[in-house]
Ligand binder design. Structure first.
Ligand code: IMP
Length: 423
């Protein structure tokens, strides 16, 4: 495996958790490189369902080391809770977890600001998870953020936190929101710091040493390409680089040391939150996809918007991430459909777009141009190789890969680890 990056090739929720879990069998170390507890990776181990928000899913594999990289923003209270819940369920967390000392910290004022900004935007809201992710990355870029290492230096932490709370309480006053209590937050964060201290480390040096030793690393992205702050449907995006470049800046591993990029995509498309989504289905077929695929947000429980596979999106994802291999998930969700469509290009008036228009206003007006395929109308869940799939499903998958411009590597036909095969 060497060093592999795994990215979402659509708008997030592509089933990355499941593919990461399967690939972890070949990895020594699994590293999360961006985002925060806005993400929700669902992993089924037998009949046990795990939803991980900050801890890499490598934690579910004994003997593997999980790392939360410097590019992640961490809500320490959410992380402590996640660790405690995993422990209650019998997952050992001791020397198998490392947390970057330079990852930025999410505070209650970030969450409050996230909510206020969304409210202020009214109809133009982004539909964020309200976990404070945007404001936390905002502080990082403004060079006023606090990092995990600050939690371990009580004096420095105290001064910086006091200043941040004073500054933010002024903002809250303007919105008639009650002020935050410095004392309460200080106490709560110091308690979390005590619990997280054993895991906080210089992960940049540690990871580079692991690469030098020839260890197999899996760098896992959260969200997806179309939610990337630079390459997504701005402003309807998250606040970090979820694409492959973010894996380098979010871990400290140099680009030339990356061996492979795997792009995960669903056999159809979903999106949560607001923003353009050209292939969205507003009719019964959208509802069928949502219900069959259980398309409800793992973090917020919101129903996901559902639509046909969009090859303009995945072609773009292959380009900006340098995807070498596709992992297609949830093929089984399409099992009952008599006809299935793939969007091959967009049209605005007479103009045809085969590549992604960068202007969100143009994208909003794009009409999908479809190719239609026969469905297979039989269950694919027992297939354990490409040749065991019904012929129509083979045609469909081959077309997804051809239109996306890269090769098929993994297919998932159900939620469980076993319901997966490699090509
Ligand atoms: P934020 O990341 O909470 O600021 O939300 C920004 C946008 O990204 C919203 O549309 C969210 O619904 C979306 N988003 C954030 N995290 C995820 C995820 O893990 N899966 C899918 N969408 C996400």
């Amino acid at each position: 495996m060497a060093t592999t990056i795994l990215v979402g090739a659509q708008w997030g929720d592509e089933g990355k958790g499941k593919i990461i879990d399967v690939l972890t069998a070949q990895a020594d170390i699994v590293v999360r490189y961006q985002g925060g507890n806005n993400a929700g990776h669902t992993v089924w181990v037998g009949t046990d369902k795990f939803i991980l928000h900050l801890v890499p899913s490598g934690i579910l594999h004994p003997g593997k080391i999980s790392v939360i990289g410097n590019g992640v923003v961490i809500d320490p209270c959410a992380l402590v809770e996640e660790i405690e819940q995993l422990r209650v369920r019998g997952v050992a967390i001791k020397d198998n977890l490392l947390i970057s000392e330079t990852a930025h910290v999410v505070f209650p004022y970030h969450r409050l600001l996230d909510g206020i900004r969304e409210q202020q935007k009214g109809k133009r809201k982004i539909g964020t998870t309200k976990r404070g992710i945007g404001p936390a990355y905002g502080d990082k870029a403004s060079r006023t953020g606090l990092r995990m290492a600050d939690l371990l230096a009580p004096e420095r932490f105290t001064g910086k936190l006091r200043q941040k709370i004073r500054e933010n309480n002024e903002i809250f006053k303007a919105f008639d929101a009650p002020p935050l209590s410095y004392t309460q937050i200080h106490r709560q964060y110091m308690e979390c710091a005590r619990k997280l201290r054993p895991f906080i480390a210089d992960t940049v040096t540690w990871l580079n040493r692991a690469v030098n030793k020839g260890k197999n690393l899996l760098l896992e992205g959260a969200q997806g390409t179309m939610l990337d702050i630079d390459f997504g449907t701005y402003p309807f995006v998250t606040s970090s680089n979820s694409t492959a470049g973010g894996a380098c800046t979010g871990t400290g591993i140099a680009p030339h040391r990356i061996d492979k990029v795997v792009g995960v995509m669903k056999a159809y498309t979903t999106r949560v939150g607001e923003g353009p989504f050209p292939t969205e289905l507003h009719d019964g077929r959208g509802t069928l996809l949502r219900e069959t695929g259980q398309e409800f947000g793992a973090t917020t429980g919101r129903p996901r918007r559902c639509g046909w596979f969009d090859a303009v999106v995945t072609r773009y994802a292959v380009m900006v991430n340098g995807i070498d291999e596709l992992a297609v998930t949830k093929l089984d969700v399409l099992d009952k459909l008599p006809k299935i469509k793939i969007c091959v290009a967009y049209k605005v008036g007479h103009k045809v777009y085969e590549t992604m228009p960068q202007d969100a206003d143009i994208l909003q007006r794009c009409k999908p141009m479809y190719e239609e395929f026969d469905g297979w109308r039989t269950s694919t869940r027992r297939a354990r190789s490409f040749s065991q799939l019904p012929p129509q499903a083979q045609v469909y998958l081959s077309k997804l890969a051809e239109l996306s411009g890269t090769k098929l590597g993994i297919v998932s036909v159900g939620a469980e680890r076993e319901e997966t095969f490699f090509l």
